[in-house]
Design a protein around this ligand. Structure first.
Ligand code: ZN
Length: 950
């Protein structure tokens, strides 16, 4: 080889590989020789705009199909067109050495069916790069001629879905907004002779080029060996002359056949296709993405072995079972062979922070139940590769869901700190552990490139403890999973000196078994796996999150009271509407998907969830009422129940702790308040006469309006509000210290920036990217404190209500009722916001007279401590965290909790508790969060620590 400039030689290699700027007609590259002779369709007809119909309905209307031409355009976005195509193979093609492909590119996603309605393969055309393009289906291969009739005619139906792999946006750019009128060109429909010899040489050569480019030149000579051999191949290969290929492949073999030692790192490569249940497309499209993607993989099983594929999300399996039964049966067959591998054990890949504990439990219950029923066994690997952070409660739920292993990679997206492990034990808040693996290639959508395989070794962080890693490859969403060339590339890396060994024959579960058996002294990570990214997703699409919270609460009551009714009243389950609860749970779980609940989908998705949540909430309320009426009649007995005078009130407590609380009730036209007690998960009957006697005797709240403040006195607190709406002072009258009454304790510690509790601020919120997903730390650097322009005071026997009105901007406003009660220290902020902002975040702050270095956050089935300090970069990164019903800031003997009825994003720095109320991102949904929002948050001071909340 005559070279002194490595760069020039490498660029020359690229010429043979892909031709660079030379069009295929000049036959510079091997790629240009992949396809030879071709034949256009003998018949091409279409039925336009069918809606989302299934194959039988499309075939039944074949008589209505009309002729169309290659080059015609179809649309608009999300519409469906069904094609029927006939093509004729030439007799001379039907020799054993030939391989004939159907090439289809409708600039969109599409699915090919045979005449019996079996989905054969998905297609992904359009403006994807070559490495993402799936446009060929193998019609005829080395004697296999399933789709070819004796006269050489092939017939297919093709379902064209007017969507692109990553949604339909103007100029393909999410930031430019949804293009509802996008049109798609039928660019290609033909049979073509495939040149497998050229394909094999191309993949051999590509690996050589990658080795020349990427292997370490300082430690070994393999990179230079590869460069020399590849250069020699360029000298000898005449792309247009297949007779030159064998000697070139022999040259390549000289390099590729040199094996590693047994000490080499092993990469377990498993095909995968990450499918978001809804994101930049509606739910209805995902049903079809499942069919397209998974049929593409069963088709590849026929061509490549060893090669396995894994897929999560029982709900998507159920959709495929409903819409593509023939495909589902094929998947079951391949699952029996260990090739199609269900993973995850969950209903779908849910959000890891916002769903309640019971929701997470149900995700695993419904998922594992489905997999056991349809695939004969439970999954043992929990699988959330793309979720935006992982609750510290998950290890226990995973273990109780019958799994020991966990897979994700999302923490590689963290912005500030590199997670220190690849293979480790993850410990949850109860002490449960799961063996966890983050693929060091930092992807779950690999392309089978050598670089990924090298990275699997170089970025592996637990060297010395283990020597293997997992690699998931395949294009997600509309891309259909692995492409043939990915498998071809990985097959070639089975054992090539200098590159980690690659095995394609193992399962995801098998990888973990191997990891468990061969690793030693793995490290432990205790607590949450916090993603230092996407922390705006705790707040985006607030109404959607509120509906999820309401449904979670209602569902608990509905199932519990229906169970009580079955046991106490009916003696059987005839009135237990399990079918309805199953249906609602499935929808709730679907809407907890890791883009839907975080608020990061396009508008079309929330059009569906808004409607469905309203129906679910209605159904659950109706069922709760039915159960309670039945229980009430039973409890009171037939005699009292008949007494329509209803002189007795039956109270139910669905919590598992006893309640001693104030009941608000109406006697004629009078509101009354009575102190009542009800056992945990129990009920109590109160005759009205008794309720009357139990009216609260504590002294009434008083309110004094001064020139610049409003002073409220309750039996428990002394409050001072500014006329701007801030809580300047909150003193606890019942403070005790060392068993003795203490001078009233001040809870608020305002300063110049945050003069009081409930300082409501509006900040600029322009993420560097990922608009709906992120709240970047610099939002804190811009701030405008909102000041009420008007207030009114109202008072009754139970409470004082001060209503403040705010102007947020010309477009937005807020009305807030600050409510102080005479029976509790809790102060409520009942809020209505008319929100029409662009790139702003609305937050409230409470500077507290509390000195602590951590807060206690409510999470699934437990709580978690998080730092209030920012000493380290790990502490600093938690400037916005997810909490459920409360965040509590306590010293040893005193504290205060910030409660909410539907919010999830908090900050805690120093003595300042903050809560995110509303965001206003424009991408991918330019109407996100626009409109009216109602929510309540509360400040609850208390003696002792957060444990008083239980
Ligand atoms: Zn995803």
């Amino acid at each position: 080889m005559q070279y002194k400039n490595r760069g020039v030689t490498l660029e020359r290699l690229e010429l043979l590989l892909n031709g660079r700027s030379y069009p295929d007609k000049y036959a510079i590259s091997i790629r240009s020789q992949l396809y030879g002779e071709s034949a256009d369709p003998t018949r091409l007809v279409v039925l336009r705009d069918t809606g989302n119909i299934l194959f039988p309905a499309a075939k039944a209307r074949l008589a209505e199909f009309v002729p169309c031409k290659i080059g015609n355009t179809f649309g608009p976005s999300w519409h469906t067109h069904w094609f029927y195509v006939e093509l004729q193979l030439r007799p001379e093609w039907l020799k054993d050495q030939d391989e004939i492909h159907l090439l289809w590119d409708s600039s969109s996603e599409a699915m090919i069916y045979n005449m019996e309605g079996k989905p054969l393969q998905g297609m992904t055309g359009g403006d994807n790069t070559d490495d993402e393009y799936r446009n060929s289906y193998v019609v005829y291969r080395k004697g296999h001629r399933e789709d070819v009739d004796p006269s050489g005619v092939v017939r297919f139906f093709v379902e064209m879905a007017c969507c692109q792999r990553s949604g339909n946006f103007f100029n393909g750019n999410m930031e430019e907004g949804l293009d509802m009128n996008k049109m798609f060109r039928l660019a290609q429909c033909q049979l073509s002779v495939f040149n497998r010899d050229a394909w094999d040489l191309m993949l051999d050569f590509r690996l050589l080029v990658d080795c020349a480019k990427h292997l370490d030149t300082t430690q070994q000579s393999r990179a230079d060996e590869a460069l020399h051999i590849a250069n020699e191949i360029v000298n000898r290969c005449k792309p247009i002359d297949p007779a030159t290929y064998p000697e070139c492949r022999e040259l390549a073999k000289k390099f590729l056949s040199v094996a590693n030692s047994s000490a080499q790192h092993t990469v377990y490569a498993v095909g995968h296709c990450h499918i978001d249940m809804a994101w930049l497309w509606p739910f209805s499209e995902t049903r079809r993405k499942g069919g397209r993607s998974w049929s593409s993989q069963t088709e590849l099983f026929k061509q490549y072995s060893p090669f396995n594929f894994c897929a999560s999300s029982a709900s998507l399996y159920e959709w495929v079972q409903q819409d593509y039964l023939l495909l589902f049966k094929e998947m079951q067959m391949y699952a029996g062979e260990g090739r199609f591998q269900p993973v995850g054990g969950s209903w779908l890949e849910f959000d890891g922070y916002v769903p309640a504990g019971e929701s997470m439990v149900r995700q695993l219950l419904y998922g594992q139940r489905f997999f056991k029923k349809n695939f004969g066994k439970y999954c043992d690997v929990f699988f959330l590769p793309d979720t935006f952070g992982y609750s510290a409660q998950l290890p226990q739920i995973i273990r109780l869901g019958g799994m020991r292993y966990f897979f994700t990679q999302k923490l590689s997206w963290s912005r500030f700190n590199k997670f220190p492990h690849s293979s480790f034990n993850w410990k949850g808040i109860d002490g449960s552990c799961v063996l966890t693996h983050f693929p060091p290639s930092d992807t779950y959508c690999g392309q089978g490139d050598m670089n990924d395989i090298l990275m699997s070794q170089t970025s592996f962080k637990d060297k010395g403890r283990s020597n293997c890693s997992l690699y998931l490859f395949g294009i997600g969403d509309g891309g259909g999973g692995p492409l043939p060339q990915m498998i071809g590339k990985l097959q070639r890396m089975k054992d090539v000196a200098g590159i980690p060994k690659v095995t394609l024959s193992e399962s995801v579960s098998g990888f973990y078994h191997h990891l468990e058996a061969t690793s030693h002294d793995l490290m432990t990570w205790d607590g949450e796996l916090y993603l230092e990214f996407h922390n705006g997703s705790y707040t985006s699409m607030g109404h959607n999150k509120k509906c999820n919270r309401i449904c979670e609460f209602l569902m608990r009551d509905a199932e519990m009271f229906a169970t009580f009714r079955s046991i106490v009243v009916d003696g059987d389950s005839k009135n237990y509407d399990r079918k309805l609860y199953d249906e609602i749970w499935k929808k709730m779980m679907l809407f907890q998907f890791h883009d839907v609940l975080p608020g990061t989908c396009i508008r079309l998705v929330y059009d569906v969830t808004d409607k469905e949540y309203a129906v679910m909430i209605d159904q659950l309320k109706t069922n709760i009422e039915g159960s309670l009426r039945s229980l009430c009649n039973s409890f009171l007995g037939p005699d009292i129940a008949k007494d329509k005078g209803t002189n007795t009130v039956v109270l139910y407590n669905s919590f598992n702790f006893d309640r001693d609380d104030v009941l608000e009730w109406v006697d004629g036209d009078k509101r009354k308040f009575s102190r009542v007690t009800v056992k945990g998960m129990g009920c109590a009957a109160y005759p009205v006469s008794i309720l009357d006697k139990l009216h609260i005797k504590t002294e009434e709240c008083s309110c004094l309006e001064r020139a610049d403040t409003i002073a409220i006195d309750t039996p428990l607190l002394a409050l001072v509000l500014s006329l701007d709406g801030q809580l300047l002072s909150m003193k606890d009258k019942s403070t005790m210290e060392y068993g003795e009454p203490k001078t009233m304790r001040e809870i608020i510690a305002g300063d110049a920036i945050y003069p009081g509790g409930n300082t409501v601020c509006i900040h600029d919120d322009v993420p560097i990217n990922w608009d709906a997903w992120d709240l970047w730390v610099y939002y804190q650097e811009t701030r405008r404190v909102l000041k009420a322009y008007e207030h009114t005071v109202a008072k009754d026997a139970q409470s004082v209500i001060v209503t403040f009105k705010y102007t947020i901007s010309e477009k937005s406003s807020m009305v807030q009722k600050v409510v102080a009660y005479n029976h509790t220290k809790r102060v409520d902020f009942v809020t209505t916001v008319y929100w029409h902002e662009d790139h702003k975040v609305l937050r409230t702050y409470f500077p507290l007279a509390i000195r602590t270095d951590f807060v206690t956050c409510d999470i699934q089935c437990g709580n978690l401590k998080r730092p209030t300090v920012a000493n380290t970069s790990w502490d600093m990164a938690k400037y916005e965290v997810c909490s459920h019903k409360f965040v509590d800031m306590s010293e040893a003997k005193y504290g205060a909790a910030l409660l909410n009825n539907c919010k999830y994003g908090y900050s805690a720095r120093g003595n300042l508790l903050g809560m995110s109320l509303l965001k206003s991102p424009k991408t991918p949904n330019d109407m996100a969060d626009m409109g009216t929002h109602e929510f309540t948050y509360s400040l609850y001071p208390h003696q002792g620590t957060h444990t008083v909340l239980f």
